[in-house]
Design a protein around this ligand. Structure first.
Ligand SMILES: N[C@@H](CCC(=O)N[C@@H](CS)C(=O)NCC(=O)O)C(=O)O
Length: 197
């Protein structure tokens, strides 16, 4: 299987970590966004959204990092995506929560506070304030959950990988995790895992 991504992609990192945790070997294929490779016809043929990552498996292509993780876990029968319907429902709820209520606001903060800063440009403060306002509603939910359990859905699983790869961006985008000690301790636990790099 091939994973098309680039080195600093957080969504690509989710898949790299997940595959390593599941002992699934992947051939990494670099998509050079600086050269616009994501818009080349051969890449658009496997991912019309022109984003990374994309997984290919014997002619089948899947994109959206959470979907790729579920595909790999289903194929490998990994316990990171449990078979039990309640455990799976619990895990899926947190993966959708991440995609719907956390990722969109980091997707604002990354370009505004990280990418623009690298080019010496100021962030759009109104946009950042909107993202912060939304996160102030949703990150406390993660904190509450982690007050009850060491990992998001009880045992370490795919939801830790998706949420972790987003929330660990907090320092880079100047999102203050000081009010969330359980989230910080959980990120430390994730960072101590051998494949988390
Ligand atoms: N929801 C998608 C997000 C994919 C995404 O935004 N990827 C970023 C890299 S981490 C990207 O390709 N950005 C370039 C762009 O938006 O043009 C996923 O989870 O895979």
């Amino acid at each position: 299987m091939q994973l098309y991504t680039f080195d600093i992609s957080p969504n690509g990192k989710r898949v790299r970590i997940g595959a390593a945790e599941m002992n699934v070997p992947l051939e990494l294929k670099n998509v050079d966004f600086q050269k616009g490779e994501q818009r080349r016809p051969e890449y658009l043929a496997i991912n019309p959204v022109a984003k990374a990552p994309t997984l290919t498996d014997d002619g089948f292509a899947v994109w959206e990092s959470a979907a790729i993780l579920i595909y790999l876990a289903t194929k490998s029968g990994s316990a990171l995506y449990p078979m039990d319907p309640s455990a799976r429902g619990d895990l899926m709820r947190w993966m959708f929560f991440c995609a719907c209520h956390v990722d969109p606001y980091f997707t604002i903060l990354v370009p505004e506070r990280f990418l623009k800063a690298r080019r010496g440009l100021p962030p759009d403060e109104a946009l950042c304030a909107y993202a912060e306002l939304q996160l102030a509603r949703f990150v406390p939910i993660v904190e509450q959950q982690l007050a009850k359990t060491d990992y998001i859905a009880g045992q370490f699983g795919l939801a830790d990988i998706t949420l972790g790869c987003t929330l660990e961006l907090s320092p880079a985008v100047k999102y203050d995790l000081a009010p969330y000690p359980k989230v910080r301790a959980w990120l430390d636990r994730l960072h101590a895992r051998p494949h988390w790099h």
